[in-house]
Design a protein around this ligand. Sequence first.
Ligand code: FAD
Ligand code: FES
Ligand code: FES
Length: 505
Amino acid sequence: MIQFLLNDTPIEVQECSPSFTILDWLRTKKGKVGTKEGCATGDCGACTILVGEEKINKDGHAHWHYKAMNSCLLLLGNAHGKHIMTVEGVTPALYPTLNDLHPVQRALVECHGSQCGFCTPGIIMSLLALYINNATYPGKKAVIHALGGNLCRCTGYSPILLAAEKAYSFDRTNEPYSQLATQFKASLKASAVDDVPFLKNGPRTFFLPQSAKQLVDLKALYPHAHLVAGGTDFAIELSQNLLLPDIIISLSQAKELTQMSDNNGMLHIGAAVPYSQFVDTFYAYYPESKELFERLGSSQVRNSGTLGGSLGNASPIGDPAPLLIALNASMELLSAHGVRTIKVADYFVDYKKTVLKNDEVISTIIIPKRAKSLKLACHKISKRFEDDISTVCLVLAIEHSQNIITAARCAMGGMAAIPKSATHIEQQLISQPLNVSSFIDAATAIEHDFAPMSDVRASATYRITVSKNLLQRIGIEFCHKNTDLNSNLNKNNNIAITRISHASL
Ligand SMILES: Cc1cc2nc3c(=O)[nH]c(=O)nc-3n(C[C@H](O)[C@H](O)[C@H](O)COP(=O)(O)OP(=O)(O)OC[C@H]3O[C@@H](n4cnc5c(N)ncnc54)[C@H](O)[C@@H]3O)c2cc1C
Ligand code: FES
Ligand code: FES
C-alpha cells in the first residue's frame, strides 16, 4: 500500500496499475480534471502539480518543501509519503484567510494571463511554487526560469510575467500546506505497516524500497524488473512506447541513494537525488557547470530527474555524462553481492548499452576534488534555450602549469552513439602552450574522434563545425580573461554559436 496526502485528503492506494502516472490517476480515478494532459511527455507543463516533501534542517527541524513537477512523468507509487497539491486545492476551503482567489490566480486574471485556459492550471501551479518558495518577488529572471517548462500558445507570455510580479502586490496569504502535511505525516508514521510500500494490479507490482538493502534484494529477486527514479525518461517509455512492465522498482526513496556528502573535497551524490536538490552544492565546486544544469529540461524536470536516471537511460545526448567524464567522475554500482566502482568514462559501451549488470543499480556518483589549476568550460548547443535537449554538448577540463597544458579531458554528447571522450583532441592539447592557437589546432582533430550523424536536430557538418567553433571559443575563454568573445572569434566561422557560458571568464 502507498499513502499520501492529496490536497487536504489522506489517500491510501494498493490496487492500481504500477505504471499509472499521477496524472492518469488524478484524471481517471479521482475525477480531478483540473490538471490537464497536453503532451504527456513533460514538454508543455499543463499537468504541473506541487509535490511537498518533508526535509530536515541542519538544526534537526522538519519542514515541508514544495516543488513543481510534471504529473505526466511522476509514477503514482512515487507519491508515497508526499503531499500532492493540484489546482483544485488552491481554494478558500483550504485557505481560511482567502475570500476568493489565491493572489497568484487573482493576478493572472487581472493581467489577462489566461485566454483559452488550457495551460492555466499548470501555470498557476508553477507560479504557486515560486510564490511559496520566495517571500518577496524574486525578479523576472527567476520567473522565466520557473516557467521554462510551461507552454502557453495564447498570451504571448507578457501578461503571465506581469502576473507573477503582481501576485506579490496583494496581501500575502498564510500557506496552509505545511501544517496539513505535518498532521498527515504524523498519522502516516502511526499507521505504517508495510516494510516496502507497493502497488499491485494482478501480477504486476510497483515496489518502493526504503533502503539500499531492500532495493538490491528486490533487484536480485527480479533481475528483469524495470527501475525508475524521477521517471522523466521512464514515463515516456510508458506513454509513448506503450511499455507495460510487470515489475517496477523505484529507487526514489532508497535512503542511501537520496543522500549527498563531501568526503575530503570529493562530492558523493546519491544516484536518486534530484537535480534541483544537488546543483547548488555542485556549483560551489564547479560553478561552470551551471550552463548545463540550468538548461537541463525545465524546472519541473530538474525537480524530478536524477543523475542515476540520466546514466541509467544512457542516452547519447544526456547532458550530465560529458560533464562527469570530463571531471573524471566515478560511479558506484551496487548489487546484493557488494559494490564496484568504475569511471563514468568506462560505463558506456554502445548505443544504450552499458556495463551495468541486471542485478545492479547505480548508487552513487563521485565527483573528484577540484584540481588547483583546473579550467572548465561547459557548452550546450540546442535549438531552444529553455527545455530542449542538446544538439551538441561539449565539456573541456584542462590543468596547466607554467603556461603549459598538463592535462586535458574533453567529452562530448550528440556526436556519437554514446557520450564519449575526444581522445585525439586531448592528446593534441597536452604539452601545448596555454594560448588560443593550441585550441584552434586541437579542434582540427575532431574528425578523428567523431563521425556524427545527420538527424532532425542538425547535420553532421553542423555538428563538426560547431564543435570546432566551441573549442576555439573555449580557448579564448581560458586565455583572454577580459576579452570580448565575439570580437575574438574567427570571422571565417560560418556557424553561429547560439549560447555560451561566461562562467569561466
Ligand atoms: C521535457 C524533458 C526535457 C528533458 N531535457 C533534458 C535535457 O535538457 N538534458 C538531459 O540530459 N536530459 C533531459 N531530459 C531527460 C531526463 O530528464 C534525464 O535523463 C534525467 O536525468 C532522467 O532521470 P530520472 O531520474 O527521471 O530517470 P528515470 O526516468 O527514472 O530513469 C531513466 C532510466 O534509467 C534507469 N535508472 C534510473 N535510475 C537508475 C539507477 N540508479 N541505476 C540504474 N538504472 C537507473 C531507469 O530504469 C530508466 O531506464 C529531459 C526529459 C524531459 C521529459
Ligand atoms: S502533459 Fe505536457 S508536460 Fe505533462
Ligand atoms: S491561455 Fe491558451 S494556451 Fe495558455
